[in-house]
Design a protein around this ligand. Structure first.
Ligand code: ADP
Length: 519
């Protein structure tokens, strides 16, 4: 009866132990998963808060790699820490038992073991350095692959497939070399540790044997405990090396997050009613200190005006547009809207008033309607339809299989260049902007699409303030006044007909444009 009760108790205890072990095993896994999620969310939110100049510097594939593999590796730090802690506890428990049995011997061997831990530190440092190189090689590979995907069409057309393959292959080989080095170091250190501890125990025993001891039985128990302790010591070393491997990934993540946050977009809080005046007061801008690409630019635009911006390539037109959009801040001088410093204007208000059509706009992988709405929940279906009509894309959409619900993608095969441009013009118009900025919307378009966009812009004239970088005569004709930017200077700013008589660059450009050449 007693035996069966004992057996039952043992069975219950075994079940409870199993259950506890499962719970305990889940803990580090959960913790690691949560740490990874938090790191990913911090990273993406820091990136989204960063200024455009910081975002524009981001190497392609870098952020994707950080969000994926690098965060996963960082999460391993938590697991290694948990393993290390449990090994350290077991190690200390066993060491304490050995201490009770024979303080002298245990202290001598443990002291040497700890010294060994210290002695192996240079190797641990090499693990960290090697892991940092692996992390960098992973980033380099991700950037290389991202470029490969972006350039896939050109690579195929120019017959560069083999060169591309060997370029990526050398990145893969370099990564392999770093992985092998890191993993070998990680495997070697605990083995060295274990080997040295055993050698020390044996050497210690040999010394004791040589000097002669009467307490052999107690010594046997101490040795047993120390051998077990050294196994935990090895586990501790393994975790320590694993941590050393994970930390460079964590370092890269945290330093990237810090860089984004240190370069966060300035947030404004001044409200404005509607865009009445847009002014530059002696604005200069330099990408690199001392190298101004815009110099001392002053102008004033009134509401409802259509302004053309012309100038040779590299003159600073796109930079000027980026400042107008508040994507970049002047290095000196002031950008004022309604006499308020533009950067101080409340962001939500500003974003509702300003819209932009870049030269090469991007499509989301989603439906036509989602592409026009572009995350703005307040843009209803009626606005989507009316802006599509204004942008002359509505009749094209109606011919697509599912109309506004047709799924189009980033590389949208179903959408031509001209249709993409008109879809993105609809996107820009869907928010009913007061200030619309366009970077030559008709360059590289077929004449039918060019004509349709011109018609749309014609319809918008006077209804909003328009600034357009113009490479075509037809676009210039829409403009009330034209700015000529050359070498970062505002050379002239006047109605087109006056400029023809007074500005050499403009006259030459228009004469060439009349022959069908872009300005
Ligand atoms: P445009 O639009 O008239 O062709 P940009 O405004 O693009 O001229 O460029 C003006 C000058 O600034 C050029 O010399 C260009 O090389 C330089 N530039 C443009 N973007 C950057 C950048 N992100 N970093 C450094 N220099 C840049």
């Amino acid at each position: 009866m007693r035996t069966s009760a004992l057996l039952a108790a043992a069975a219950i205890l075994a079940a409870v132990r199993l259950l506890l072990q499962i719970v305990v095993a889940r803990l580090p896994a959960r913790l690691s998963g949560q740490v990874q999620s938090q790191l990913r969310e911090h990273l993406i939110s820091a990136f989204l808060q960063a200024s455009w100049s910081e975002k524009a510097k981001e190497k392609e594939g870098h952020l994707q790699e950080l969000m994926g593999g690098q965060t996963y590796q960082s999460g391993a730090a938590v697991l290694q820490l948990a393993n290390g802690l449990s090994a350290a506890l077991m190690f200390l428990t066993l060491a304490a038992s050995a201490f009770i049995l024979s303080p002298g011997v245990a202290a001598a061997v443990l002291g040497t073991a700890v010294a060994l831990f210290g002695g192996l530190r240079p190797l641990s440092r090499r693990v960290r350095n090697s892991s940092a190189s692996t992390s960098a090689a992973l980033v380099a590979q991700a950037s290389g692959v991202a470029e490969s995907v972006r350039m896939a069409e050109e690579v195929q057309v120019f017959g560069a497939t083999e060169t591309e393959r060997s370029r990526i292959s050398s990145l893969v080989q370099s990564l392999e070399m770093h992985i092998i080095r890191t993993k070998t170091l990680i495997a070697i250190v605990p083995v060295l540790y274990q080997g040295a501890v055993i050698a020390l125990i044996v050497a210690g025993l040999a010394i004791l044997y040589a000097v002669g001891t009467s307490r052999l039985a107690a010594l046997g128990a101490v040795v047993l405990l120390l051998v077990r302790a050294s196994a935990y010591g090895q586990q501790l070393q393994t975790s320590y090396q694993g941590l050393g491997e994970a930390l460079p990934y964590l370092d890269r993540l945290t330093s990237t997050i810090e860089r984004y946050l240190a370069n966060a977009q300035r947030r404004g809080d001044r409200p404005i009613d509607f865009v009445r005046t847009v002014e530059f007061e002696s604005v200069s801008f330099a990408y690199k200190p001392g190298l101004s690409v815009l110099r001392d630019i002053t102008f004033s635009i009134r509401t409802g005006e259509a302004i053309g911006v012309v100038g040779p390539s590299g003159a600073g037109k796109s930079t000027l547009v980026q400042i107008l959009l508040r994507l970049r801040e002047p290095s000196s001088g002031r950008y004022l809207v309604n006499q308020v410093t533009a950067e101080d204007i409340d962001d939500a208000t500003w974003q509702r008033k300003v819209a932009y059509l870049p030269q090469e706009p991007h499509l989301l992988a989603g439906t036509v309607a989602e592409n026009i709405r572009f995350y703005r929940d307040w843009v209803g279906d009626d606005l989507i339809a009316s802006s599509a009509k204004l942008a002359h894309i509505d009749s094209d959409i109606m011919t697509w299989a599912n109309g506004y619900h047709t799924v189009i993608g980033q590389r949208a095969d179903a959408v031509s260049g001209g249709q993409r441009q008109r879809l993105c013009l609809a996107r820009a118009l869907a928010g009913n902007p007061e200030f619309l900025i366009l970077d030559e919307p008709t360059s590289a378009l077929d004449s039918q699409s060019e004509h349709l966009i011109q018609e749309s812009l014609e319809g918008l004239r006077g209804k909003l303030t328009l600034v357009v970088i113009a490479h075509r005569l037809t676009t210039i004709r829409l403009c009330d006044r034209v700015m000529v930017i050359r070498d970062g200077l505002l050379e002239a700013f006047a109605p087109a007909e006056l400029l023809y008589g007074s500005n050499d660059f403009y006259r030459n450009a228009i004469d060439l444009a009349a022959l069908g050449r872009p300005i």
